[in-house]
Write a protein that binds this ligand. Structure first.
Ligand code: PEP
Ligand code: MG
Length: 751
């Protein structure tokens, strides 16, 4: 059973398009369940269920039979979202007869819904002439298969939409979550991990002869490499290993392989895509063979395919031209990928994986690049060079937008720019409520580029300098002197304002390319302070660099990430003291910096008072705190809707931390993304937070909202929302109340 399941899913996964996937599904299910009919009905734009593929019913009925939800047995399965298993289908009150299917002959019926992300995509049906009660095992098999195929069908459907749009059939819309607000209108540049046959972007080429010549040049280069390698290793290889090289060379010399690729290039596609397409097809063919020896050759084909692809991509990358208004699209965008695009050309970003709290989204907000994350079903490899709109307010992507839609978004873009201009006037005004309560608005930084933008927007300090960012952009740990220089730049730029430098916070989703950490559960593993306490040599060098950089400026604060218990704080404090003594002994005149603790795991909330007693300040990392309180991976698009920053449990924890910190007379700040949300900022101010630290982009809006409200109004609002029991109710109330106060314009525009 498990084998048939696996084989069917694998085969469907490898299908070229939706129709072939559906044809494989019906044929394979019919065969494995020894039944006489298998059919798939999919929901169309009008919410009707259309027969899309069948093995057993009249094939002419495909595309012609369509049922409304609730109509017939299929409609009933769809509307009730559960299986229906009938021995005498024709006696069921919902039974409906469609003469074109010839289905009167089939008495037994088993239908299961195909559900993807709570949405019914369609219905899978098996039928049989004889009265057969499909047993529990049959039902379980079909339900399991349907659950696994739902994602594949959704993806194939989305790809079909992209192709249809490419043929001039209107615009398409894909939904994810907001990564950074704002609107971008531009052209897609798809980036994919190198040498990955499954994610090569589809690109159209105009100079076909040149592309073919390019392909053969790369093929010849790989042939040379393999020939050379084979010669060098000849004396050390067994005959079988040697034979593998010979087989590779033979494959490369095989005129038919080259022929298949050139045929595709002649159809207008770029060489890397054509090559990957041919290789994947050969791999599928080998995989389908019954002889185990031949089946094993699939791996060789894939390996050779990747070698050639790496060559093709590397050469193509060198001449990559980024259009103005580049919209970077990738399966999982990373910080280092951003570095490849000239800053003045990057207009927007779209990542298939990840969510609002992934680090790439945080960087996007730091750079103010409209971004949509977690567009799970986006067939991103087909988007290169296509026109896109990124609606970062609502997490929506439009492909090939109509003129009307474009002008609508252009208007929003202009409106937003006008708002920013108005907000510039607030730069030198204090963040003070209408009744004179003063709050400090600081910024989160990481890149040098953040510095100017932060100062331009009136930042009063740095609440979080993510030191891992310069670490992430290098190919080895930066040395002490190098770090001193980097930190000095930050401290100098903001002096005399305070700069809170967080010690290295790697692990989780922040992997240094030169210090890989492989774990099953990285967010619950070796990250933050756990790594640096295990590597005092890294911690000490970093703290020494920070201290030296602060000499004469005296505006450094040190902050410790991911503290979970008191011994970690004691150990870190001891190391900081040691570094301080060493630096002083070397003759530097440094002021001992305030040392603070990040409260970002639930344990730290419950021990906030004890931690505060041993620290100079607390700072809540609400991004991680939310993920750990709600047990929702901050990067996982599948559960992004459960990542609720205004969940009542999160708000209670935030309130407890402030109270605990203040009871020990230490300042409490917050440096998670929540602080940059104008509505949340009102609540945080009412809770008593001393500092809100956010991306420079959000600072003017937050200031403007806080200046428009009184502390009393904010406290009343806080009391009201704290009595509510769901994040949805809290957000709705907050929005309504703020709009009633006339603060509407600072929220997302009416998109
Ligand atoms: C946080 O967790 O809220 C935080 C500020 O740290 P980071 O996002 O870098 O993990
Ligand atoms: Mg964190």
């Amino acid at each position: 059973m498990l084998n048939s399941l696996r084989n069917i899913v694998q085969e469907v996964n490898a299908a070229r398009d939706l129709q072939s996937a559906l044809n494989i599904i019906v044929a394979r299910i019919k065969e494995s369940m020894h039944t006489q009919v298998c059919s798939v009905y999919l929901r169309d734009g009008k919410k009707n269920y259309v027969l899309m593929a069948t093995d057993g019913l009249n094939p002419k009925a495909v595309g012609r039979v369509s049922l409304r939800a609730e109509e017939g047995l299929v409609g009933r399965v769809a509307s009730r979202e559960e299986p229906l298993n009938l021995e005498h289908a024709e006696t069921h009150p919902s039974y409906q007869y469609f003469p074109e299917t010839g289905e009167e002959r089939f008495s037994s019926f088993l239908g299961v819904p195909i559900i993807h992300h709570r949405e019914v995509l369609g219905v899978l049906v098996v039928q049989q002439v004889d009265r057969r009660r499909f047993d529990e095992g049959d039902e379980a098999f079909l339900v399991t298969l349907s659950a696994q195929l739902a994602g594949v069908i959704a993806h194939a459907e989305a790809t079909g939409v992209v192709v249809a749009v490419g043929q001039g059939k209107g615009e398409a819309k894909f939904t994810g979550v907001s990564g950074c607000s704002g609107v971008a209108i531009g052209e897609a540049v798809v980036i994919s991990p190198p040498a990955d046959l499954n994610s090569v972007p589809y690109q159209v080429v105009s100079d076909i002869e040149e592309e073919i010549a390019f392909f053969y040049r790369c093929l010849a280069a790989v042939r040379n490499d393999i020939g050379r390698m084979s010669d060098e290793l000849r004396s050390r290889l067994s005959r079988e290993e040697q034979a593998l090289f010979d087989a590779y060379l033979a494959m490369l010399d095989d005129a038919s392989l080259g022929g298949e690729v050139t045929e595709r290039i002649r159809g207008g596609v770029c060489a890397p895509y054509a090559w990957a397409d041919v290789i994947l097809e050969h791999e599928r063919n080998f995989n389908a063979m019954s002889d185990p020896y031949l089946r094993d050759r699939a791996a060789d084909v894939r390996d050779l395919g990747r070698r050639v692809l790496a060559y093709l991509q590397e050469s193509a990358q060198m001449c990559r031209v980024y259009p103005d208004n580049t919209i970077l699209v990738g399966e999982e965008l990373t910080a280092s990928m951003l570095g490849d695009v000239p800053a003045d050309k990057l207009a927007g970003m779209i990542s298939v994986e990840g969510s609002r709290n992934s680090h790439v989204a945080i960087l996007a907000r730091a750079m103010d690049i409209p971004t949509v994350m977690g567009v799970i079903d986006l067939p991103y490899t087909k988007l290169d060079q296509r026109k896109l709109i990124v609606d970062g307010y609502n997490g929506i992507v439009y492909l090939d937008p109509s003129k009307v839609l474009k002008s609508h978004y252009k208007a929003i873009f202009k409106e937003e720019q006008a708002l920013q201009k108005d907000l510039e006037a607030l730069k030198d005004k204090p963040c003070e409520t209408t009744d004179g309560h003063r709050l400090n608005l600081w910024v989160n930084t990481g890149l040098m580029a953040d510095v100017m933008r932060s100062l331009d927007r009136g930042a009063e300090g740095v609440g979080l300098y993510r030191t891992e960012v310069p670490f992430l952009l290098r190919d080895r740990f930066p040395g002490e002197e190098e770090q001193t220089k980097i930190y000095r730049e930050q401290l100098e730029a903001f002096a005399p304002r305070q700069v809170t430098m967080r010690t290295l916070d790697v692990g989780g989703d922040k992997a240094l390319p030169y210090f890989p950490i492989e774990e099953d559960n990285p967010f619950l593993g070796w990250r933050g302070i756990r790594v640096t306490l295990d590597h005092p040599e890294i911690f000490l060098v970093q703290v020494r660099a920070m201290l030296k950089a602060s000499e004469g400026l005296d505006n450094l604060r040190i902050m410790l990430p991911m503290i979970t218990n008191i011994p970690e704080l004691d150990a870190a404090n001891a190391l900081i003291l040691r570094a301080f003594n060493e630096v002083m002994e070397e003759g530097h005149r440094v002021v001992y910096p305030p040392v603070g603790v990040m409260v970002e795991v639930p344990a730290a909330v419950y021990q906030a008072k004890e931690l505060a007693a041993r620290a100079d300040f607390l700072s809540v990392g609400s991004n991680d705190l939310t993920q750990y309180l709600l047990a929702v991976d901050r990067n996982n698009a599948r559960v992004a809707d459960l990542y609720q920053s205004m969940h009542p449990a999160v708000l209670s924890a935030l309130q407890e931390v402030v109270q605990a910190g203040h009871s020990e007379n230490v300042d409490v700040s917050i440096c998670g993304e929540l602080a940059g949300d104008p509505g949340a900022a009102v609540l945080l101010m009412a809770m008593g937070y001393d500092v809100l630290s956010m991306s420079a982009t959000n600072l003017p809006k937050v200031k403007s909202v806080l200046r428009a409200i009184s502390k009393d109004q904010a406290s009343a609002l806080l009391a009201e929302v704290m009595s509510l029991h769901t994040a949805e109710a809290i957000e709705a109330t907050l929005n309504t109340r703020l709009q009633d106060m006339g603060i509407k314009r600072l929220y997302r525009p009416n998109v």
